[in-house]
Design a protein around this ligand. Structure first.
Ligand SMILES: [Zn+2]
Ligand SMILES: [Zn+2]
Ligand SMILES: [Zn+2]
Length: 143
C-alpha cells in the first residue's frame, strides 16, 4: 500500500494519519491474517526501532484500526488474534488443524449475518462467524 493511500484511508475513517498507523496498514498489505508479532517484525516497529512504538502501542493501533473497520480481527481457537485488510465483505475462513494455515473463502451472501439461527431467542443477530476446520492439501500430502 502506498503511504498516500494509507493516509487517505485513515483520514476517511476519521483517524489521524500517524506514522505508526500507516506502518501497520503497510505491514498488512499482501500479508493477510498476520499476528501482532508478525506485524511488529514486518513494520520494523517495536522496542529499539526508530518509531519507538511499544508492543502496547501496537495493540492500541490495532484496536483503533479494527474499531474504525479499516482492518478486521479474527481469532481462530488456539491461535493468537490475526489481522487483515480485507473488510466489509463478511468473508469466512478455512483453517488447517495441522499447520494453522488460514485461507479466505468468499461469503455467498456478502454481508452479515449470512446465516440465520433456527431460533433467535429474542436476540437481534448481526453476525454469524463461520470457520471451517480441516487439513490443508500440503499437510494431507505429507501425512
Ligand atoms: Zn496445513
Ligand atoms: Zn480473511
Ligand atoms: Zn457467509
Amino acid at each position: 500500500m502506498e503511504q498516500q493511500t494509507a493516509g487517505d484511508l485513515l483520514r476517511r475513517a476519521g483517524l489521524r494519519s500517524t506514522t505508526q498507523r500507516r506502518a501497520v496498514l503497510a505491514a498488512l498489505q499482501g500479508h493477510p491474517h498476520s499476528t501482532a508479532a508478525e506485524i511488529e517484525a514486518r513494520a520494523g516497529i517495536g522496542r529499539g526501532s526508530a518509531s519507538g512504538l511499544s508492543r502496547q502501542g501496537l495493540y492500541n493501533v490495532l484496536e483503533d484500526l479494527t474499531r474504525a473497520e479499516l482492518i478486521r480481527c479474527i481469532e481462530p481457537a488456539g491461535s493468537p488474534a490475526r489481522y487483515e485488510l480485507r473488510v466489509g465483505d463478511n468473508h469466512h475462513h478455512l483453517v488447517c488443524r495441522v499447520c494453522g494455515r488460514i485461507e479466505d473463502v468468499d461469503c455467498t451472501v456478502g454481508r452479515a449475518p449470512c446465516l440465520d439461527p433456527v431460533e433467535s431467542k429474542g436476540f437481534t443477530v448481526d453476525e454469524a462467524e463461520i470457520t471451517w476446520w480441516g487439513v490443508c492439501a500440503d499437510c494431507r500430502g505429507s501425512a
